[in-house]
Design a protein. Sequence first.
Length: 271
Amino acid sequence: MTTTSWKRRFRQIRIAALLALLVTVVLFAYTDVRSRSRRNEWTAPLHVALVLLEEAPVDPLAVQKLRARTTALETQLQAEEARYRPAPLAPIRFEIFGPAHVSRQPPAPEGPGLWDLIRYTWELRRYVHAIDEAMGIDSGQFDSRVYTTIRPPVGTEPTHVEGRSENGGRIAQVHVELDGDMADLALIVMTHELLHTLGATDKYDASGRTLVPDGLADPTRQPLFPQDRVEVMARNRPTAPGVEVVPTTLPELGVGPLTAREIGWAPALAP
């Protein structure tokens, strides 16, 4: 074989290999997208991992209460689903892992740019993969995973809780200062971030105020206020025009009509 023929042959082999790799990536992406969209069909309860990561030692009783309250969360979500469609089973089944000690917090985006997002996504994948391996979590067995970093309350300031998640993805993050009084609020925030992975959007404005009517759990209630539940994709429960309170108990958790449509509990509105 001449040098020219060998170069041509090598080029053909390289192109074939790249095409095979491209086809594999496309097929994987299609399969993953289809698998994620299938979650919103609700043909069976979703299996969700709640992974507790202990940044600093937390009162074991607070962790125990958090674990115990997941059953109440499943029941509350079943009751909310029943407002829109038959719900013979709880729509989501939670499995808790940990807590496991971690020496560093999950990565966070360094900026709003595309490269920042790509880098953050890559680093997050590496971070949770290491966590999953260390804790024996088979990520393929779960529809979504919520990684919650817990630490004891600091000082006398109000207890802190916040989250971040992939819209339509599989991974959500929550950070919470956990004590015995925070279990229900922590689970409400975990549910908020979890529903982002199912396509739900935030229902509050830039200042954190609930959007009316989309951010109300019961937008047809008469009188409209006080709302007796907080819309899960809002932050607070409106009690009067311009007045809101932080939810503290799971019975306050509600799923409004728009969120129900976004996650597949209710039919989408006709265009």
